[in-house]
Every structure is written in C-alpha cells, then in structure tokens.
Ligand binder design. Structure first.
Ligand SMILES: C[S@@+](CC[C@H](N)C(=O)[O-])C[C@H]1O[C@@H](n2cnc3c(N)ncnc32)[C@H](O)[C@@H]1O
Length: 372
C-alpha cells in the first residue's frame, strides 16, 4: 500500500471528499435530482469493475463462433450447446450474458438471436481475430502492477517479434500471423486516413512499415495515378507479393529494416501507418530523421495511428492502446503534441494534426520537409 505525504486540502477537494463519503453516497442515492447522477456514476463504476468479465464473455462468443451460428437465424440454448459442445445450462448462462451486453437478443420463445451490435461485429474487418489475439494481452494483464513495474518478457512482445529488432522477426509463420491481423484491421485505418488527408499532387508514395501492402492497395484504388512503393522487413514482404498480385496493385517492394538500412530515395511522400507507436522514442527519432533524409524538399510525411488524448485523456487510446503498447514492451501511444515535437526535432515543417472520426481507429499528423 502506497501513502502520499499529507498536503493542505485545496478548496476544490471538498467535492472529492464528499464523493468518497459513504454517508453522502447513501444520501445521494435517495434525493430526487441527485439520485439520477448518483445512479449514473454507480453504473459507470460497475462497468469498470466488470470490464474484464465483459471482455471475456465477448471472447467466448467469438471463440465459439456464436455470431456466425446465429447469423443464420435464432436458435435455442440446447441447439447451440450441441453445436458448441458445451453443457446446455452453461450455454444458457453465456447467451444470457451476451444478451445482457447487448450483443444478442433473448426472444419470448426462449431462443436467442443476433442484435444489431452483435451482427455488426461480423461486418468489421479483422475484429474477430483481433478479439481472439487479446488472449496474449489478457495473460500479460493478469498482474497489471507487475506489467507496470516492467522487467518481465510479455506474451504480446512474442506476438510482435520485431519489437526486439529486425533480427527478432525471422520466422515466416509468426510474421504471417501478425501480418494477416494487420492487413484485415488496416481496411478501416486506410478508409479513415484517405478521408482525413488529401493525396492530391503526390507522384510517388512509399509506405514504410507497410506490412503486406493493404494501405497501398487502398491508395491504389482511390488514387491510381500515384506510383507506389513498400518498405518492410524481408520476411514480411514474402507475404506481400501474393496479396498485391491478387489486388492487381503495382507496388515496388523494398525489403529492409529501418533500424539498420537507409530508406530508398525517390518518393515525394512517405507514410508511416501504425508504425511509430510500436517503438521507443529513440527508434522513432532515428526513423523520422531517416524519413526526412529520404524525402526531397517539400516532400510530405503522413503519420496515421491512434493517438493519445494528451492533456485531455481519451478512453480508447489512453487506456487500450497505452496499455497494449506497454505490453509490447517497446511501444508507446503518443499524443499529436508529442509526435509534433518529434517531427520538429527531425527538421519537419508545416506540421498539421487531423483528429480522426474514430480516434480508436486512427488520427493523422502530416508534415513536410522544408523547401531548402
Ligand atoms: C503494427 S504493423 C503495421 C503494418 C501496417 N502499416 C498497417 O498499419 O497495417 C508494423 C509494421 O512495421 C514493420 N516493422 C517493424 N520493425 C521494422 C523495421 N525495423 N523495419 C521495417 N519494418 C518494420 C512490421 O513488420 C509491421 O509490418
């Protein structure tokens, strides 16, 4: 247990002390007007307390493919228990929990059906594999204080082996697993990035850390006049060729590591999509300096990734992404202000921030190399 040195109570602290008082809470629960606020606060608190259980119920629904099974129509707990090899009474508990979370609907006849929210999980590209891979994150979070203290190797770091340097990412099977997850979830990121940034005037775009090319495939569809280049680790690019061929997207491949190799020159724009938040400040500073060197005068840099709310902490990015990148061990979710400072230190000018429509999907910072 940690205790802080006593300081004189500031005048505004009386509200905090009031909220922490059992007597006040008991009073507030019954007084008209205040009661509604108190109930709302109680519900919000309970949601936080139950959060891990909610997430695990969602994981069980995904693991058992219940959203797919119910897509074909409502079913009884007995039918679903048979299909999922689960005891019927336990399936009943899971279905009831899914309905409690608003993911399923319980019908009068006792059958369960998909709700709009549950059905929408099927339409979000990559969401089910994303939920499934959270097993590694949740295992690392079993002792959150130990994770915060640091020092121990995490399961999530092994899922993303490049966090230990390019030499760590050699196994094609491991690389294919994370590349597929990235490619599927990239669809929404690319949609939002292309809405937030104008690519007009760009002749040649190089996507650094572009995985198997999903972002470039999206760019090719909207801006077919732009010549495209992809830079990523050699083992990752092995999986890019087939994807790019299938999408008929003409992309020049540059295998290499931005930690060890110089970036190719010739592109008048470079994108870094969900790359910076994987790495520590030192690696990011070197990468931004390398990008600056690789660009011509007035060349453009587009950074797209979920960003911290900074001075206004944000529920999605400052909880999920901050803890996720911490569990990766080398990463850090940064605010637009922090990214701007790193860009300015690397020599970039005309730095501009565009908050995403869905900050949990992405936000964008753009910058330019100075004219001279
Ligand atoms: C989180 S993934 C993002 C992939 C893609 N940009 C996207 O948003 O779907 C990070 C990418 O950076 C690549 N990467 C990591 N370290 C790298 C390095 N040292 N050199 C080149 N690419 C690297 C990884 O292989 C991976 O494809």
């Amino acid at each position: 247990m940690v205790t802080l040195p006593q300081v004189k109570t500031a005048p505004r602290d009386w509200l905090v002390r009031l909220a922490a008082s059992r007597r006040f809470q008991a009073w507030a629960a019954w007084v008209p007007g205040v009661r509604r606020i108190a109930r709302g606060e109680g519900e919000a608190l309970f949601d936080l307390v139950a959060g891990f259980v909610n997430a695990q119920v969602l994981l069980a629904l995904v693991e058992l493919r219940l959203f797919h099974l119910l897509y074909d129509g409502p079913a009884t707990p007995r039918q679903l228990a048979g299909l999922c090899a689960l005891p019927e009474d336990r399936m009943q508990v899971l279905l009831q929990a899914g309905a409690g979370l608003g993911l399923l609907k319980r019908r009068r006849d006792g059958r369960f059906a998909l709700s709009m929210r549950g059905a929408s999980i099927l339409g979000v590209p990559g969401l089910e594999p994303m939920i499934r891979h959270h097993r590694a994150l949740y295992a690392d979070l079993a002792d959150p204080v130990a994770l915060l203290r640091g020092g121990a190797e995490t399961k999530l770091a092994r899922f993303w082996p490049y966090v230990f340097g390019a030499a760590g990412a050699q196994d094609p099977e491991v690389t294919a697993t994370y590349s597929t997850l990235m490619a599927e979830s990239q669809i929404l990121v690319a949609e939002d990035t292309l809405r937030l940034v104008s690519f007009a005037g760009i002749r040649r775009l190089m996507d650094v850390g572009g995985g198997t090319g999903s972002f470039l495939i999206a760019v090719a569809r909207t801006c077919p006049e732009i010549a495209l280049e992809l830079f990523d680790l050699p083992v990752v690019l092995l999986g890019a060729e087939a994807r790019l061929r299938a999408a008929a997207a003409p992309v020049a491949l540059h295998p290499g590591s931005f930690r060890d190799d110089p970036l190719p020159r010739g592109a008048d724009a470079i994108s870094l999509v969900r790359v910076l938040y994987d790495h520590d400040d030192d690696t990011v500073a070197k990468l931004l300096a390398a990008v600056h060197d690789a660009l011509p005068p007035a060349g453009r840099l587009i950074i797209s990734e979920p960003m911290s709310g900074g001075a206004a902490p944000d529920r999605a990015t400052d909880v999920y992404f901050a803890i996720y990148t911490m569990a990766m061990q080398t990463g850090r979710v940064r605010s637009a202000v922090e990214i701007t400072a790193l860009l300015a230190a690397a020599g970039f000018v005309n730095i501009s921030y565009k908050k995403g429509f869905r900050p949990f999907v992405t936000s964008v910072v753009t910058a330019e190399r100075a004219l001279a």
